[in-house]
Write a protein that binds this ligand. Structure first.
Ligand code: BES
Ligand code: MN
Ligand code: ZN
Length: 494
């Protein structure tokens, strides 16, 4: 959960405020902000002296602190580096560091000299507030004793800042936090039923409606592929669908689909023990969908969206799917299962083809911790994307640039589709040995979207693990892609 509960605009001038900590930004080669220059209690002079004594020039990540007995007890001058080199992603990282700093200093609330951070520049306020919220993220729900009487919960920003931008940054920060929480909950507690309840809770918002399809109806609904994975689990699998109608009732929706494996043991093709605990994160694709759902429920963009999640465990059991089984997906394609650990694509096969058929969306994005191979290709620096539509890739790349969430496209050439042909069924759930494992998984998914413009995100490298930029958590789930997707949706409105 993110500790920060409130980010407000303060209309007072800096010379009028009372504060335990005032933070002011300082670009390289610039001078003190107007706000600091106008401070009383000799603070303006003390800050100037401190800067010259410390030979502070405004270099990025350098700071100067000044204390006083006046109405502002301390001032922190934060170096920001060159003004024309600062990106909104840098600012997000700076803000998260400030949020952590204030919390470690046991301050309940702090004030920000907004103009000094150039917050009137497009995108800066939103990014700054996202960083403040993300820097306040912690996951303490399973600690029996928690002491946090003196933790940072409120921030005020002085200066010319838009309340709407603050609100959007705040909502998105908390939506990413939700995605992180969902990723971090343990698999014995967060079951598919639990994910469905979370979705139902969010869908109580205006313009939203949740439909949950239980595993007992899967065969009747022709979800033979999803059922193949779900049948080995004792805890019931769920297909979660939330319809959001914020736009014109005649407009076709956009669709978001997520892999929600609350635990992936591998099934009969069982995984080795080391790090198997990390397979609680195998629902991080669904966390993207639910995180964006939360943002949409609060920001209510004027468009129609379908949110869909395939939630199940992948377990070995007397009734579990076997290697060699042939199953039939919703769109009629037959699949030879050669490895029960390649289960994500089997779940997504039915969710994708059902969403494409039932809702005729104008575009689909899917999110999945689909292959270990994407870590070999891209490490934890970028999500792998694969698509059947150059236009939708451009949209994803633009949103990626706006939000700092890196993606890299891998090709889905026809040759790769040949690698998943089965000798006795239409396709198989494995590619060509260890070669191009991420791409052959993408080529498999492509069989289930028809002509719908679609982009697949393999987030197995980015959904947990990366510690950079500094707004990422020290450990656990990152909530990757929530901000990117919301940005993309919003760009579709213009
Ligand atoms: N959930 C895993 C992918 C994964 C593995 C993500 C390790 C992050 C870290 C997926 O279901 C899986 O097991 N994929 C297999 C596919 C293989 C059997 C073709 C893999 O990547 O090894
Ligand atoms: Mn697996
Ligand atoms: Zn998996």
């Amino acid at each position: 959960m993110a500790r920060l509960k409130k980010v407000a605009v303060n209309n007072k001038s800096i010379s009028e405020i009372k504060s335990d900590l005032l933070v002011s930004g300082f670009f390289k080669g610039s001078s003190l902000s107007k706000g600091i220059k106008g401070m009383g209690d000799n603070m303006n002079v003390n800050v100037s002296n401190a800067i010259s004594i410390d030979k502070f020039k405004g270099d990025k990540n350098k700071r100067v602190s000044v204390y006083s007995g006046g109405s502002v007890k301390r001032v922190l001058i934060q170096g920001l580096g060159d003004k024309n080199k600062l990106t909104s992603d840098n600012l997000r990282a700076v803000a998260s560091n400030l949020s952590r700093y204030a919390n470690e200093a046991k301050l309940k609330s702090i004030d920000i000299d907004g103009d000094s951070f150039n917050l009137s520049k497009a995108g800066y306020t939103q990014a700054f507030v996202e960083g403040l919220v993300l820097g306040s993220y912690e996951f303490l729900e399973y600690k029996s004793k928690v002491k946090n009487e003196n933790s940072l919960t409120a921030i005020s920003i002085c200066g010319k800042v838009s309340k709407d931008d603050i609100n959007k940054g705040f909502v998105l920060g908390h939506s990413v936090s939700l995605a992180r929480d969902l990723g971090n909950h343990p698999p014995n507690i967060q079951t598919p039923t639990d994910l469905a309840n979370t979705a139902k809770g969010i869908a109580k918002a205006k313009n939203m409606k949740a439909t949950i399809i239980d595993v007992k109806d899967f065969e009747k609904m022709n979800f033979g592929s999803f059922y193949g994975v779900a049948r080995g689990a004792k805890t019931p699998a769920k297909m979660i669908i939330v319809e959001y109608k914020g736009g014109n009732s005649k407009d076709q929706p956009f669709a978001l689909v997520g892999k929600g494996l609350t635990f992936d043991s591998g099934g009969i093709s069982i995984k080795p023990s080391p790090k198997m605990d990390e397979m609680k994160f195998d629902m991080c694709g669904s966390a993207v969908v639910l995180g964006v759902m939360k943002a949409v429920s609060e920001l209510q963009p004027k468009m129609n969206i379908i949110f869909a999640v395939g939630a199940t465990e992948n377990m070995p059991d007397a009734d579990a799917m076997r290697p060699g089984d042939i199953i039939t997906a919703y769109n009629g394609k037959t699949i030879e299962v050669l490895n029960t650990d390649a289960e994500g694509r089997l779940v997504l096969a039915d969710v994708l083809s059902y969403v494409a058929d039932k809702y005729k969306p104008v575009g689909i994005l899917d999110f999945a911790t689909l292959t270990g191979a994407v870590l070999i290709a891209l490490g934890d620096r970028a999500s792998g994307i694969m698509s059947n539509s150059p236009e939708i890739v451009k949209e994803v790349q633009k949103a990626s640039k706006n939000t700092g969430e890196k993606v890299w496209e891998l090709p889905l050439w026809d040759e790769y589709s040949r690698d998943i042909k089965s000798k006795i069924a239409d396709i198989k759930n494995l590619g060509n040995g260890r070669l191009a494992g991420t791409i052959t998984a993408g080529a498999f998914l492509k069989e289930f979207v028809g002509d719908t413009p679609w982009c697949h995100f393999d987030i197995a490298g980015t959904a947990w693990g990366p510690k950079e930029p500094s707004y990422q958590p020290k450990s656990g789930a990152t909530g990757v892609a929530v901000r990117l997707v919301y940005d993309l949706l919003e760009n579709r409105l213009n």
